[in-house]
Design a protein around this ligand. Structure first.
Ligand code: F6P
Length: 327
């Protein structure tokens, strides 16, 4: 029989993502609703090690649901990767009496939580907070929808210039080694080509297709490249295109960190609120070492280890859609 939790800690770790604040708010307010003491751990696992832990109340999370970034700040802690670092963190939590943790972050954060919850008697619940959507056991991650919408807005603007100058743009989006931001933003902006790490990029096929479009006088071409694409980023792709099709007026645009910030969309606020609420319920029910996800609009719980290892997959039909619609 699991011990009843009384004091819980919440932290954000890894890259920030829009909607993390909405998730923190949900954890804090649900915890208070159930009579728990809630603590905010600053700068992710590093704050656990440095004992940078603050009590939170309902007011500490007022007026943050609409804000990007994370009020708890975030970090990628190297010290937490060591047994000594994790022991320090555990001792600090124990001294306060924290007996449950909610970790909002991506795959690196879950790996840390997985190890910690196996080593020590503090249950850990993960919430998928990453713009990359590179986690299994959930249809969406907190921040992905906002990041894609940011990318869509930017690519729409680039299209205006591409159209006015008859130019070819190679646009790089984030996603680390996952292609979801590229795929979703590329389809939504009508990109002619989308290059993602999940499929081997055939550069010859890309050149042939661009040349063929040139012969048909299709002058606006948007190529969206995921930063993790095996061929290389937008600069690499543009270099080859310029060499092989010298007549093309080619430009590169790397969207970069603008995709990480900004006001979360309604969708991200909603899933963050549902997941944050559910994380506290999980701790109260005695669950440990799982990630809260949403699959087919219902809550689902996946072992942290599995969420990190399995990844989501991109079916061939997605790429068929790109090909047909961009012809
Ligand atoms: O994981 C989120 C992410 O924005 C990735 O898409 C990107 O590869 C990485 O973080 C960038 O990390 P940093 O902000 O440390 O440069």
């Amino acid at each position: 029989m699991a011990k009843k939790v009384t004091k819980i800690g919440v932290l954000t770790s890894g890259g920030d993502s829009p909607g993390m604040n909405a998730a923190i708010r949900a954890v804090v307010r649900t915890g208070i609703y159930y009579g728990l003491e809630v603590y905010g751990i600053m700068r992710g696992y590093q704050g656990m090690i440095d004992n940078d832990i603050v009590p939170m109340n309902s007011k500490s999370v007022a007026n943050i649901i609409q804000r990007g970034g994370t009020i708890l700040k975030t970090a990628r802690s190297k010290e937490f990767l060591t047994p000594e670092g994790r022991k320090k963190a555990y001792d600090n939590l124990k001294a306060i009496g924290i007996d449950g943790l909610v970790i909002i972050g991506g795959d690196g954060s879950f790996r840390g939580a997985d190890v910690f919850s196996r080593e020590y008697d503090i249950p850990c619940i993960g919430l998928p907070g990453t713009i990359d959507k590179d986690i299994a056991g959930t249809d969406f991650t907190i921040g992905f929808d906002t990041a894609v919408n940011t990318a869509v807005e930017a690519i729409d603007k680039i299209r205006d210039t591409a159209d006015s100058h008859d130019r070819l743009f190679v646009i790089e989006v984030m996603g680390r080694d996952a292609g979801y931001i590229a795929l979703h933003s590329g389809i939504a902006t009508g990109a002619e080509h989308i290059l993602i790490p999940e499929r081997k990029t055939d550069i010859e096929e890309l050149i042939d297709s661009l040349q063929e479009k040139g012969r048909r006088n299709k002058l606006v071409n948007l190529v969206v490249v995921a930063e993790g694409d095996g061929f290389g980023g937008a600069d690499e792709v543009a270099k080859i295109v310029k060499e092989r099709i010298p007549a093309s007026d080619t430009r590169v645009c790397i969207l970069g960190h603008i995709q990480r910030g900004g006001m979360p969309t309604c969708f991200d606020r909603l899933i963050a609120s549902r997941m944050g609420y559910s994380a506290v319920e999980c701790l109260l029910e005695g669950r440990d070492n799982v990630m809260v996800g949403i699959v087919n609009n219902a809550m689902e719980y996946t072992l942290l280890e599995k969420a990190v290892k399995s990844k989501q997959t991109i079916g061939d039909e997605w790429l068929k859609i790109v090909k047909i619609l961009a012809s």
